[in-house]
Design a protein around this ligand. Structure first.
Ligand SMILES: Nc1ncnc2c1ncn2[C@@H]1O[C@H](COP(=O)(O)OP(=O)(O)OP(=O)(O)O)[C@@H](O)[C@H]1O
Ligand SMILES: [Mg+2]
Length: 238
């Protein structure tokens, strides 16, 4: 589903070239839930930005679902982001002047979806993320956990096959954090949405099938945790 081949991201600074990512190769399968861990400044967010077409690599190739991102022009890349990827960030990034419903509908509206379809989709998403009744409220009137659930509803509105989450539980207390992880896990298992989640929290990472470690711009370790995939096979055999 995702392949990164010989990918580097280099920033030219006065002091010389700085490699935020250095010649990395990884594959992530369809339906996988991958956690990315590593020290601050190691290149985790940079990696997510390349996967989501928010940024382009200095060299190397990023392919998502058969689409080679390098080959897209600006307009095509915007369309790719809007329709193929759901982004979730640590600070939710909701628009403060828009209601919960309008925030969730953002990418639908941008994609010329009809008003009636937007309405029914938003209704369904509100239920999915357990925010019934909150649709007319503004983000500032919600708790952090609720705001993050709005962000997740917005992220899945276009039915993306990939969710990129950058420390989605970073601003939340433990209970709200667990709720968000459960929601992501549910989307992964029930809708087979591929999820790549950056986290500092080893406990949060345990929810993933696999942990990828980034250090100094290098993907240095891959721990294959097996996880639910094996359970599913076992379940089917039982
Ligand atoms: N525009 C830029 N110009 C120069 N260097 C940059 C730029 N953007 C990022 N970097 C550098 O690239 C490196 C990787 O940054 P990145 O944001 O990917 O780190 P991170 O692993 O997500 O860290 P954190 O855990 O703190 O979020 C950092 O050392 C950062 O300073
Ligand atoms: Mg980061």
């Amino acid at each position: 589903m995702i392949s990164i081949s010989n990918v580097s991201k280099v920033y030219s600074l006065e002091s010389g070239d700085f490699y935020a990512l250095k010649n990395n190769n990884i594959n992530i399968e369809k339906g996988e839930f991958v956690a990315i861990m590593g020290p601050s400044g190691s290149g985790k967010s940079t990696l997510l930005q390349l996967l989501g077409g928010l940024d382009t690599p200095t060299s190397g190739k990023v392919t998502v679902d058969g689409v080679e991102l390098n080959a897209l022009n600006e307009k095509e890349r915007t369309l790719f982001r809007r329709t193929k990827v759901g982004f979730v960030f640590q600070n939710y990034q909701l628009l403060p002047m828009m209601t919960v419903g309008e925030n969730i509908a953002l990418s639908l509206s941008a994609n010329n979806t009809s008003q009636s379809e937007i309405k029914s989709t938003v209704q369904k998403l509100i239920v999915d993320v357990n925010l019934e009744g909150k649709e007319p409220q503004f983000p500032s009137q919600l708790s952090g956990g609720q705001q993050q659930r709005v962000a997740i509803a917005r992220a899945i509105a276009m039915k993306p096959r990939l969710i990129l989450a950058d420390e989605p539980t970073g601003n939340l207390d433990q209970k709200n954090g667990i709720d968000i992880l459960k929601l992501l896990s549910k989307l992964n298992k029930e809708e087979q949405i591929t999820i790549v989640m950056v986290t500092h929290d080893l406990q949060a990472a345990q929810i993933a099938d696999r942990i990828i470690v980034v250090q100094d711009g290098l993907i240095i370790d891959e721990e294959n945790k097996g996880g639910y995939r094996n359970e599913t096979v076992a379940d089917r055999m039982a």
